[in-house]
Design a protein around this ligand. Sequence first.
Ligand SMILES: [Ca+2]
Length: 522
Amino acid sequence: MKVMVLQSIFMVFIIIMVIILSFAESNERKPPNLIIMLMDDMGWGDLGVFGEPNKETPNLDRMASQGTLLTDFYTANPLCSPSRAALLTGRLPIRNGFYTDNAHARNAYTPQEVDGGITSEILFSELLSKAGYYNKIVGKWHLGHQYKYLPLQHGFDEWFGSANCHFGPYDGKSTPDIPVFRNNEMIGRYYQDFKINLKTGESNFTKLLISEAVNFIKNASSSPKPFFLYWTPDSSHAACYASRDFLGKSRRGLYGDAVMELDYGVGQILNTLKELEIENNTFVFFTSDNGAALVSKTSAGSNGPFLCGKQTTFEGGMREPAIVWWPGVVPAGQVSYQPSTVMDLFSIALGLASVETPKDRIIDGIDLLPSWVQGKNIDRPIFYYRGNELMAARYGMYKAHFWCWTNSYDEFKQGIDYCPGMDLKGMTSHEQLNHTSQPILFHLGRDPGEKFQLNSQSDEYKKALQSIMAQVNDHRSTLEPGKPQLNMCDRAVMHWSPPGCEKLDDCLKPPPSKPYKCDWPH
Ligand SMILES: [Ca+2]
């Protein structure tokens, strides 16, 4: 009997040791953590390291010196929602449905009244979650605001932030104020509960987003699960805001104050990784969702040497600041010229998590981490869409414009200008110009500002166009446009009474449902 008890105790001991050892081993083999820091309307030229003359981004500049700077990184669309949908799905908006075909070549996004959102797509947050990652989004979501579209229904374990931009304040009668969520419940609304002073630009919201991110990293680092943090502050989107510590600090005005606070936040996040000694097991990426909104003129960011800004498919609308940081893996102080896109982050995330790429759909992203790390470029096209239209394509150093348009004369006459001080004939037009029979070509190395058109009779033009068209034809041969999600609007679907409103006694009565075609003016 005594022997049997001893045997049992011994067996229990062995089992406990096996569990401890396998746990230690699994911890050792823990896949890398992932942090994507996605800014809102920040331009390529806004970082000191990219040449911004006031040099007010010391943390980002340090991040670049400790990591690799990407000069040729692109978004998938010059507007928030489609860009973010492309990042998380690895697919162009024309495929993932984040576009409209209500009118030709119109940009569209997810305001409160839009009926659509992310539907039949696979988000890498969902795949990472299945692979054992613990995921949090801190900030703006923008893939639809109805319950079924929100982050916790798409692979995220936690969320602090909003489904939309911080537009407002609204009257609560014709339009509700935009709610801020904790997970699946509203915990207040912008302006009412989360203050933004539109006169002074003061708000502590970025401060909250920084502490949410830092606390999440601290908590998640002690878990055996790897984590994914998607940090998406929106203070650099008009109307810009900054907390009291940063107000009036920038030589660039309020926009600069917002950038300085975001830069500080980047520093806080990287320092936290170092303090926790997990920087060698954490892939960190910094970029922006679209080019600087030059429509705001002196209140806008900078797209450096590039033409125009947000809303356009010129380089200023779609080329983004980008830094990859992973001490011990990504070389320090390196520059990568590899043409890359937000959709590549989908493929890189799956690569890091050793998750298989979905086989039932075309993925536009490529796992370019080896190219960035080794400084070797691979050839790949960049497609510049606006709504349902392929406006331009880049291959190698050449870019061809098939369609050129900024916005309508009607809008332009009201002072809405996406290319202030940058009028180029045949390019920055207020009529949609069809150049498909003879595309306009530029060499982006010699002419990053797209000012000097290649002579269409030259051998260089003919050769470059041929190689671009081969890529475009290949792309078109496989293209099955997704069902456009951003066509229909309905004021009844706005956030009148989101989950959690009862606890706050802030449930508003929605109007009767009256679906209509959304009007996208540009
Ligand atoms: Ca944006």
